[in-house]
Ligand binder design. Sequence first.
Ligand SMILES: [Zn+2]
Ligand SMILES: [Zn+2]
Length: 410
Amino acid sequence: MSSLEITKIKRLVDKKIEHLSQRIREISHTIYENPELGLSEFKAADLLIKELESHGYSIERNVAGLSTAFKASKGNLGEPTVGLIAEYDALPDLGHACGHNIISASAVGAAMGLADFLNITGGRVVVFGTPNEEGATAEGGKLTDVESQVRGKVKMVESGIFKDIDAVMEIHPYVKTTLTPDFLALIPVKISFTGKPAHAAAAPEMGVNALEAIILTFNSINSLRQHLRSDTRIHGIITEGGEAPNIVPEKTSALFYLRASDKKYLEEVLMKVKKCAEGASIATGAILDFHPSSYSLTNMINNKTLCKFFEKNLIELGMEIDELERHEHLGSSDIGNVSYVVPAIQPLIAVGEKDIAIHSREFGKATISKKGDQSLILATKALAFTFLDLMVDKEIFHKIKMEHKASFQF
Ligand SMILES: [Zn+2]
Ligand SMILES: [Zn+2]
């Protein structure tokens, strides 16, 4: 397709999305008003699937063994395929305080907007419904282990579902608009100690104190912090701290999240934290069980070649781009794992005032405010227009993939 032809189609897609805008806003608001925790997002998944089906997308449910995951495809087989990511899980107590209602409505909205034009533009659109980004499972119970929180995209990557995809796009709402935010690699770790119970006053010399081992571990990690790279984050909670003050604690456990801006350095951090726990074990005599989770989140590799197209569209649509602070990290996300297997972007789109914290009730409300609705439609258009730009010269996918490959040569 020539760029002139694509410019014409852009105008038609723009009109189509304007025409669908009321429905796209309704999707966002309905999901916001019916928050569901990770792995139980049945209403949201059903709503999105119905919408995509009515625009001619063929649906695969239960992908990667996840009952609320889906894949919706439309377009030309054997042609460049662009994935759009829809997240729709909420947070315990706070509802859609991370704004995943905007993520799913924009992805599905862009797919709806493009549906009638794929036979002209070529290419293929696949919407991935990806549950449980937050790792807050439906049980909603207190987190006590590091294996039950497997994020949807981690499983989906393992299943090989992204293997035929050439590029992936997802937007995330935030209080600023920025194109290539950092997401940190993350390893959850469970640290447990087993000591020996004894009467804490009558026979303390007979006991081995597993709580002291946990406390020493926290203190050693605090001593370590000064000597770690500034992008490192280590934060933990004690999930088991003993039974009663008059018993020397026999069993204790803590859960930690270790994060850093790259996977390789994070593995070094993991070894250092392990030494802190081993030291506490030697000092107290309590037996250590150091258990890193079998899954981890990787850092995000932002594909700049792909992002340039998104940026141009965002600016043309009138969105101002904000600067992030030098060390403004946004936690971690399983989109990082996707970015390791397929070129990907996850720009952030401002929906609220800059002084609101993400993961707060105020932020959730901002996603359905007037500004939230406007940003939603704008992001929907930017996603759809970027797909159209990629269809001008399909050789661009070669460049996108070369950059992706090069990002692993460090
Ligand atoms: Zn979140
Ligand atoms: Zn989020």
